[in-house]
Ligand binder design. Structure first.
Ligand code: CU
Length: 256
């Protein structure tokens, strides 16, 4: 055999084949997200709670309106208001995700055996924000007599980009803690979030921007608020046994 060819074959055997094997192994396990933090369920005696509100301070921005330019017979003829930032008359912000960061143990975190559901109704996602525990399965259900193309923007969990027809369910498992935006490639105004959590100490603010988290072991914690367009805020909170701590988060208009 020609020396050069022989050398090439040896080189391939030495470097290329092991690299190829390694690539194949990594491709087979694409979800290399950080392993879930272990959360221990314990009996919480004399737990405290957090009662809170998330407010908007400043001039309330106008709600963005999207024009429906496809499938009007199902999606409607009227412009669709954005759900990204919903502020009540008294300036409470809806759908803010509030959670205690890195709590190692506490109340039970019942993981339901049935799948969670994210609906597409009249070309909107319902709910707009769905919170599920790590390992949960979610049925993304197309209730519309149109084609949707569900597209997830995830880094740790396996992403998807798939069309669904009327009545079709796309079931996905979410193994890793992450906030994932899910959109539809066909209807540009459709957007939603699936938030995967590792502990039960979370809440989503209601229409008035209020939230409540209960049965928290006494201690000192970091409480985080996250709003999809305005970002994160954090606060230290001390929880005393059998007491309610009040926490208020305030967001100001986004700088342009
Ligand atoms: Cu769609």
């Amino acid at each position: 055999m020609n020396k050069c060819i022989y050398g090439g074959v040896q080189l391939a055997k030495t470097f290329f084949l092991p690299s190829l094997a390694l690539f194949c192994i990594l491709s087979f396990f694409p979800e290399t997200g950080k392993a879930a933090t272990k959360y221990n369920e314990v009996k919480v005696s004399n737990g405290g709670s957090i009662s809170g509100a998330v407010k908007f301070v400043g001039d309330v921005p106008q709600i963005e309106m999207f024009s429906v330019n496809k499938d009007e017979e199902v999606c409607g003829h009227e412009p669709v208001p954005s759900e990204e930032l919903i502020i009540s008359k008294d300036k409470g912000i809806k759908n803010v995700f509030v959670y205690i960061k890195k709590i190692a143990s506490g109340k039970s975190f019942k993981k339901q055996s049935r799948n969670f559901v994210s609906n597409q109704n009249n070309c909107r996602f319902d709910p707009h924000i769905l919170i599920v525990p790590t390992g949960a399965r979610v049925d993304l259900l197309n209730n519309d007599n149109v084609l949707h193309n569900l597209h997830s923007w995830s880094a740790k969990n396996r992403p998807f980009n798939q069309g669904t027809t009327f009545g079709q369910v796309l079931t996905r498992e979410f193994k890793w803690k992450e906030r994932i935006m899910v959109t539809c490639d066909i209807h540009s105004w459709m957007s939603s979030w699936i938030i995967i959590v590792e502990n039960p100490y979370f809440a989503l603010t209601d229409e008035k921007g209020k939230f409540n988290i209960d049965n928290i072991p006494a201690g000192s914690y970091e409480l985080i608020a996250w709003q999809e367009t305005l970002g994160r805020k954090k606060k230290k909170v001390n929880i005393n046994a059998n007491e309610e701590a009040e926490v208020k988060f305030e967001y100001t208009p986004k700088k342009k």
